[in-house]
Design a binder for this molecule. Structure first.
Ligand code: NAD
Length: 502
């Protein structure tokens, strides 16, 4: 019995309405899934409470062993999982494989490092309580709800799921309504290596199901999706004071300095902007190029972009737009840019078809147009000439988002990276931070808050527990009514010597 069937075992699924998951390349129905209602969500969270207790009891080593086995299943059946990702999102197999590879690496990292990050650490007790041993350790929260998007249906939710599990929590996962099959595949694979309890459960459905999960009393809710939905998630979680992680959208920029390797920068802008048909939260959407190299860079970018094509055949490097409603947004952004003086050097208004959007490179687009200020989530790039790198930083930061950025510069990469208002920056590479499991991932502003991945990601799903115990009697006993005047005077003297000089 798979763990998604654990919940079907209640008989609830038979009475629930269903929805279809579709192949965005053809529009064909792939499978039907139940729309889980409030009662089924609450029942899943109740089961998760018991499972969480059992899972926490396995300890770091027990959990790591199961997570490593899960990772092994994913690795051995990578082609099968990639096929499910391809079928539901339409992305090419090779791209599906890439996100699975990165997710596998994250599971391995979280499993391997959880004890080191979350286990018992000694802290200095300080001078006043020098006779104490002070330790901190990180306990699991209990049950974590994870709500995921469709654009990277393995990699993105895994950034929360793997780290929450490694920290000792049970997880109730609601994947996007566009990718329920991927969610089911992951949960079923987990239930093969953890047969005893439903430690990772699946819920399927639309926003209402997600909203029920927010209100279910989970101990934390990790949400990845748009800022608009993020607001609703926070509102629902606020009712129970449920803490949230919000991994929202972005409007990431790529900066090209006058001394940059222009071939590499053009390649990075193209891949960062167009891979996954531009449906990447940390995808490049805006490019700011130093005036000295603007012409040369743009020519290189245009030449490369012209060789790229979206389609449903094996030769196409870009797949369809997974969520049909996004086609309208992409089309509006291109139209707005053109109507306000922008020019399409590649693609343009005709690039938007019924399922596919062809690569589009826009120049001379005003900074206050929608193509520059809003998340487009399509294979489009705006390229702007900047006076210097101060101008580039200022324009890059003039967004309400703040997820990731890219800098191409030989001499000033780190300096420019530090000045960018975002959670992550790649220098002379693109989206590289996401593939380094030890680095935190998350944004500022409308891109959200909280961190997944790395030590920060493990601590996000744990609470600190401070423990203080005396090792020998104190020279100065402070916390007793038997404290004498002499002790008070000594303490005052000591603190003055220690802190009274400045
Ligand atoms: P979305 O906000 O439409 O939906 C995300 C999830 O929220 C889905 O599972 C959906 O069913 C659920 N949901 C919808 N309404 C809800 C509600 N009221 N309460 C609770 N849950 C609800 O986003 P999407 O279209 O699936 O994904 C694309 C967005 O995600 C883009 O903005 C993209 O930038 C962002 N994203 C961010 C990251 C990141 O790590 N920061 C990663 C991937 C995608």
């Amino acid at each position: 019995m798979s763990s998604s069937e654990v919940e079907a075992g209640t008989g609830a699924n038979e009475r629930l309405a269903t929805f279809d998951s579709l192949d965005p390349n053809t529009g064909d129905v792939l499978a039907s899934y139940p729309i889980h209602d409030v009662a089924t969500v609450d029942a899943a969270v109740d089961r998760a409470r018991i499972a969480a207790h059992w899972w926490a009891g396995l300890g770091f080593a027990g959990r790591a062993e199961r997570l490593q086995r899960w990772k092994g299943v994913l690795t051995r059946r990578m082609a099968q999982l990639a096929e499910v990702v391809h079928a539901e999102t339409g992305k090419p197999h090779a791209d599906a494989q890439l996100e699975i590879v990165l997710a596998i690496d994250h599971i391995a990292w979280a499993a391997k490092h959880a004890r080191k990050v979350l286990g018992v650490h000694r802290r200095s007790p300080g001078l006043l309580l020098a006779n104490f041993v002070a330790t901190v350790e990180y306990e699991p929260l209990g049950v974590v709800g994870v709500i995921g998007p469709w654009n990277y249906p393995v990699f993105t939710p895994m950034g929360s799921i793997a780290y929450a599990l490694a920290a000792g929590n049970a997880v109730v996962f609601k994947p996007s309504e566009y990718t329920p099959g991927v969610g089911k595949w992951l949960v079923d694979a987990f239930s093969e290596v953890v047969t005893e309890q439903p430690v990772l459960q699946l819920l399927t459905g639309f926003g209402e199901t997600g909203s029920a999960l927010c209100r279910s009393g989970v101990d934390k809710l990790a949400f990845t999706g748009s800022a608009r939905t993020g607001r609703k998630v926070m509102g629902a979680c606020a009712e129970n004071l449920t803490p949230v992680v919000i991994e929202g959208g972005g409007k990431d920029s790529l900066l090209v300095d006058s001394d940059a390797d222009l071939d590499a920068a053009a390649d990075a802008a193209l891949w960062g902007g167009m891979s996954n048909a531009g449906q990447t939260c940390v995808g490049v959407e805006r490019v700011y190029v130093h005036q000295q190299v603007h012409e040369e860079f743009t020519a290189k970018l245009v030449e490369k972009a012209k060789q790229l094509r979206a389609g449903g055949d094996a030769g196409a490097k870009l797949g369809p737009i997974t969520m049909p409603s996004q086609l309208k947004v992409i089309s509006e952004h291109i139209a707005d840019a053109i109507s306000r003086g922008g020019r399409a050097l590649v693609g343009g208004p005709d690039a938007v078809g019924e399922r596919y959007v062809q690569p589009t490179v826009l120049v001379d687009v005003p900074e206050d147009s929608r193509a520059v200020t809003e998340e487009t989530f399509g294979p489009t790039l705006t390229v702007a000439k900047v006076r210097d790198m101060d101008d580039a930083v200022e324009r890059a930061n003039a967004t309400r988002y703040g997820l990731g950025n890219t800098v191409f510069s030989k001499s000033r990469g780190v300096e420019l990276a530090r000045r960018l208002r975002s959670g992550m920056v790649s220098i002379n590479s693109v989206i590289s931070f996401a593939g380094i499991p030890s680095l935190p991932f998350g944004g500022v502003g409308e891109s959200g808050f909280g961190r997944i991945h790395g030590p920060d990601g493990l601590r996000e799903f744990a609470r600190s527990k401070a423990i203080a115990r005396p090792m020998f009697p104190a020279p100065l006993e402070l916390t007793t009514f038997a404290r004498t005047e002499k002790v008070d005077k000594l303490v005052a003297k000591l603190i003055t010597v220690l802190h009274g000089k400045r």
